[in-house]
Design a binder for this molecule. Structure first.
Ligand SMILES: *Cc1c(COP(=O)(O)O)cnc(C)c1O
Length: 233
């Protein structure tokens, strides 16, 4: 068994055990493997270990990988999730190549994605990013702003509103992290009652996955624990 395969196995076991601790079914929680900055070979190894959902944060890097794997029938069935900051001038590439975007925090970006989503593809799945910690350095809307944007997105025919995404405050204090995630859970539950298409609460990373699962996360975004630490250029 290679490194990536054994790490994936370990994470899936952790997800299952934290789900059970929270009285949840393990299959309520999807694993998004965050492969940003990692080479194609890392994605291929994860794929061979059964992983199908991959998250990327940098448009150009992601498109290069997607094009190589989409042309290889032996890597069929990958679902690509865009999770990074999205500038207006990059929306077309994202609309044409991704299945999901987790990082929508402006009407203008949503509108462009709706216009640019190719007719031959299913509607693009969307999560609204919430800046739940209120840190200046983080993207995302305030909790109050979410409902206005959700209403707009739900009327765009080429987008499908799936839920919310958040990154917890950058701290080792898990009480603060839990407080952030509990606020997200409440917001998610309110949104779900308004829009039947909403089923996804994207939260939890390598360092805070257990807390996220205990607070209702339905999709954890894990990079480091699968692929090792990242080196930025
Ligand atoms: C990089 C990234 C992750 C993965 O973080 P790890 O700590 O490596 O698991 C998750 N979500 C977002 C939005 C990211 O940018």
């Amino acid at each position: 068994m290679n490194d990536i395969e054994s790490r994936l196995l370990a994470i899936k076991e952790q997800i299952a055990s934290h789900a059970r601790l929270a009285n949840r079914a393990p299959d309520e929680i999807k694993l998004l493997a965050v492969s940003k900055t990692k080479p194609l070979e890392a994605i291929q190894a994860a794929y061979q270990a059964g992983q199908r959902l991959f998250g990327e944060s940098y448009v150009q890097e992601a498109i290069t990988k997607i094009q190589q794997l989409n042309n290889a029938p032996e890597y069929a069935g990958i679902e690509w999730h865009f999770i990074g900051p999205l500038q207006s001038n990059k929306t077309r590439l994202v609309a044409e190549h991704f299945d999901w975007v987790h990082s929508i925090d402006r009407e203008k970006t949503a509108q462009r994605l709706n216009e640019q989503r190719p007719a031959g593809l299913p509607a693009l799945n969307i999560c609204i990013q919430v800046n739940i910690s209120g840190e200046q350095t983080k993207s995302g809307m305030t909790a109050d702003e979410v409902f206005g944007l959700a209403g707009i997105i739900s009327n765009f025919p080429r987008l499908k509103l799936r839920g919310l995404m958040a990154i917890a405050e950058n701290t080792d204090d898990m009480n603060i992290v839990r407080d952030n995630f509990l606020q997200m859970q409440e917001l998610f539950n309110r949104l779900k009652t308004l829009y039947p298409s909403v089923d996804t609460l994207s939260m939890g990373m390598t360092d805070d996955m257990p807390v996220a699962i205990s607070c209702g996360s339905t999709m954890v975004r894990i990079g480091t624990a699968i692929f090792g630490s990242r080196e930025y250029k």
